[in-house]
Design a protein around this ligand. Structure first.
Ligand code: S3P
Length: 443
């Protein structure tokens, strides 16, 4: 809870070749979908982070056998014995998804198609996050879900589901995925319209498992499903490195003078690469090598080196392609010449915490001013931050953003409540240290 991360100003360049752990979004989905497959799935480089472990525990609590080879501390190989769409068993108690928004929302989509009642809950932080956004469309499909004032805990009781055509009010992969997964249990064709290109890992994985999906423009359709007739083939997957985790060393290297780093096997799904586009627009130099496809997802080795950055704007459809990277982008923008503005990003306010308000408050402690809007902010740069005592508010991406801010600050920085960085990036500190970064856990 109160684990502290100490960061000293970085006086030497960051250099080296690193890999970052597997993708969190793909790791959640791999465990859930493998559980529903007919047979044993093999998943390599699975991410054992706080969030994904909560999903793994929930799946195991429903009777799914998982053999775990703890290959390294940050990359596990899993063999998951799928039992088919109706093979999950009632858990002994409630399912605790801890801080995992993706875990609770996607599992809700699956669980409203089961023949047993179940309760899903999570941490105090997760209990603050909106669940009506999934409960409403799922209820339109016939699901029985009781929320607690639109939030977790969620109580689900068995119901038969019918397909719907649904226009999502926000571009969200979690909403899209919850409906698609419920659609596996529904009679008829599920059709979803997304107002922007939300990440498509669920679609890719379902397609790889033999499910007939069609994507046309902003529409996704789950084709020709009759309740119970759908069969998912087992997965054989190597999880690519998480683009969202890679963003932290990437931005650090773009800001610390004379740095040059390479991140191996980084996921380059174009629904996720907003941060690369934005950094390039700011003058960062990014080069790709060894481009490949792993588990149906594009990946490559990416090299970035320090460059003087200038301001840019992020808005419209681009936002969803890097929604999780906007905190670290804000830091990059604070080091860039000119004013950088993000708009159309109101979703930031309903992430792990209000990622506009809390980020602005914490960066202000370091002397970086954000002008807030309901749906974004402006950063005026360049400004050299001052070292300070700051707090992650138990938000992994804010914790890592503040740690990287400490590297370009004038004095020492302490990031309080920093254990949460392992919710998505176990080994974050060690990875940064491998590049020569001046940060360490406090004793
Ligand atoms: C995720 C989708 C995004 C993202 C989250 C992971 C996913 O959330 O912010 O970190 O794995 O589907 P929304 O779908 O709510 O935008």
């Amino acid at each position: 809870m109160s684990k502290k991360l100490l960061v000293h100003p970085q006086t030497t360049p960051l250099r080296g070749i690193i890999t970052v752990p597997g993708d969190k979004s793909i790791s959640h989905r791999a465990v859930m979908l493998a559980a529903l497959a007919e047979g044993t799935s093999t998943i390599r480089r699975w991410l054992p982070a706080g969030d994904t472990l909560a999903t793994l525990n929930a799946i195991q609590a429903m009777g799914i056998r998982v053999e775990i080879d703890k290959h390294t501390e940050t990359a596990w190989d899993l063999q998951i014995e799928g039992r088919g769409l109706h093979g999950l068993q009632p858990p002994a108690g409630l399912l605790d998804l801890r801080n995992a928004g993706t875990g609770i929302r996607l599992l809700t989509g699956i669980l409203c198609g089961q023949r047993f009642p179940v309760t899903l809950d999570g941490s105090t932080q997760l209990r603050q996050r909106p669940m009506r956004r999934i409960a409403e469309p799922l209820r339109l499909m016939g699901a029985h879900i009781d929320t607690t004032n639109g939030r977790a805990p969620l109580h689900i009781t068995p119901a038969s589901l019918q397909a719907i055509t649904y226009e999502m009010p926000v571009a969200s992969a979690q909403i899209k995925s919850a409906i698609l997964l419920a659609g596996l249990y529904a009679v008829g064709e599920t059709a979803i319209h997304q107002p922007g290109p939300a990440r498509d890992h669920t679609e890719r994985m379902l397609a790889a498992m033999g499910v007939h999906l069609e994507t046309e423009g902003d529409w996704v359709r789950l084709k020709g499903v009759t309740s119970g007739a759908q069969r998912l083939q087992p997965l054989d997957l190597t999880v690519p490195s998480d683009t969202s985790s890679a963003a932290f060393p990437l931005v650090a290297a773009a800001m610390v003078p004379h740095s040059q780093i390479t991140i191996e096997n980084m996921g380059l799904n174009e629904t996720r690469t907003g941060i690369l586009t934005w950094l390039q627009a700011m003058g960062a130099h990014v080069a790709l090598a060894n481009e490949r496809v792993t588990g149906g997802e594009p990946a490559a080795d990416l090299t970035v080196h320090f460059e003087e950055l200038h301001s840019t704007a992020v808005n419209g459809d681009a936002v969803v392609r890097g929604i999780d990277e906007l905190p670290i982008w804000a830091l990059a923008a604070s080091q860039a010449a000119g004013s950088s503005t993000v708009r159309d990003a109101a979703e930031l306010r309903v992430k792990e915490v209000d990622r506009i308000g809390v980020l602005a408050a914490e960066l202000r402690k370091m002397g970086i001013q954000l002008t807030e809007y309901p749906d974004g902010f402006t950063v005026h740069g360049p400004v050299r931050p001052a070292g300070a005592a700051v707090d992650s508010h138990d938000d992994h991406r804010l914790g890592m953003t503040l740690a990287v801010a400490g590297l370009v600050a004038t004095g020492d920085t302490t990031v309080h409540d920093a254990a949460c960085v392992a919710d998505s990036f176990p080994g974050f500190v060690e990875t940064m240290q491998a590049l020569g970064a001046n940060m360490a856990w406090a004793d």
